[in-house]
Design a protein around this ligand. Sequence first.
Ligand SMILES: Cc1cc2nc3c(=O)[nH]c(=O)nc-3n(C[C@H](O)[C@H](O)[C@H](O)COP(=O)(O)OP(=O)(O)OC[C@H]3O[C@@H](n4cnc5c(N)ncnc54)[C@H](O)[C@@H]3O)c2cc1C
Length: 457
Amino acid sequence: MTITPSQNRTLFNELAAVLRGDQLLLPDDAAYEQVRQLWNGRVKTRPAAIARCLTVEDVIHTIRWTRSQGLPLSVRGAGHEIFGRSLFENGVAIDLSQMRAVTINPDTRTAKIQGGATAGDLIEAAQQYGLATATGTISSVGMTGLTLGGGYGSLIGAYGLVADNLLSAQVVTADGQLVRANAEEHPDLLWGLRGGGGNFGVVVSLEFRLHPQTTVLSGMLLYPLEQARAVLHRFNEFIATAPDELTIQSGFIQTPDGQTVLLLSPTYCGSLEAGEEAIAPLRTFGTVLVDQVQPVTYHALIHGADAFTPKGRHYYLQTQSLKGFQTETIEALIEQGLPLPSPFSMINIHNFHGAASRVGVSETAFALRQDHLMVELIAAWEPQSKDEDRRHIQWAQNISQALAPFAFKGGYISLLDEQEQERVPLAFGSNYERLLDLKRRYDPDDIFRSTVGHLTP
Ligand SMILES: Cc1cc2nc3c(=O)[nH]c(=O)nc-3n(C[C@H](O)[C@H](O)[C@H](O)COP(=O)(O)OP(=O)(O)OC[C@H]3O[C@@H](n4cnc5c(N)ncnc54)[C@H](O)[C@@H]3O)c2cc1C
């Protein structure tokens, strides 16, 4: 049976009446399509309703009402989940993008944010006090989404994952209860929120540890493709002893004149003098075609990176986590990965090390606690034809398969696609059983099933 728009509106009247403001969007509302759109323009999923929550009570009402109707539920922060799990076809989407307040306490060096705040929201407020915390590499990604997956970024060596900086949270659980998770109350839940996926409830607020940090030394160094093998071998040796303050992303991009180049993108978060010294060896690894390394505020750094991945393009992504660059993995990247399938596509590699590697495997839900490289194979194209879809997806899958024999079996839960769910238990490793137990206690009916790192209770 097809539900007509008027039947749909009648069904949802009850929910609309209890939400603050005029915040329930149905498919025939003028604003629906614009609000529905996720970062990845490929995702066409159309929920039956989008509840734009303004308060914790709105979240509680929406969960309870949706459950009472037996409708599927999804949770959306900043809408960057690549495979569209923050929307559920014909379900109800709890949209937290209006709940983005940030409060900084400079005395305790902590930040309290609402569940929909982005990395940019937090850093903008914190920088006014000369403070920052670990975030992802671009500003528009949601802090909650980052935390629930783990959260790799340019400050990872010094401050760990985003999840490692989480001090407490407030969560509305599957039965519509507001629960505080901190060292004293529900510490098990706090543990699970640090990298355990969106399995346990709607996170309505989070508290993060801040660090004195404003200016970093950062920017791109580009090398000719012919030197990629030699540069990556030297890079591999170099990162084994790099200081915590220096985190280096690497990868392959296409320059505006159509040249494919190797990229090293260091970020040093200690003193600028020490940073110049630490980064200098990278310039001797090969012929540097472009050198953009310069002092920049952390705020400007993450905002500057937004331009590389604009909202609305079509994207597909695969990832593999490698112990390091060995001859075989360098060959796989170059032989299978190049040329890139389009000017917007890229290979981006995060360097997990330092503070993040020193956290014990069982201290948080995020289990891969050893130095590694998280390789993102990012296919990006303008919406054109089915052939373009196929070609780009195939490109990412081919390199991923070539890297797989050398990779950790799990990977990064935030970036696994629907067909890779068997990798989730492997990613959680020895934390998997404890996470399952947590899921059974906080969400036995699997209300929060449309999420990264989904656990079946
Ligand atoms: C352009 C781009 C850059 C990225 N860069 C990085 C990076 O540098 N480092 C990194 O580690 N990852 C990165 N990611 C991956 C990113 O961390 C995940 O995709 C993350 O899930 C996005 O969170 P979101 O709130 O923006 O997305 P959404 O699509 O809104 O949410 C994703 C999922 O998180 C859960 N969720 C979000 N908010 C809440 C909440 N308040 N309560 C409960 N559950 C919630 C839901 O399960 C939802 O399905 C990037 C992704 C993109 C698209």
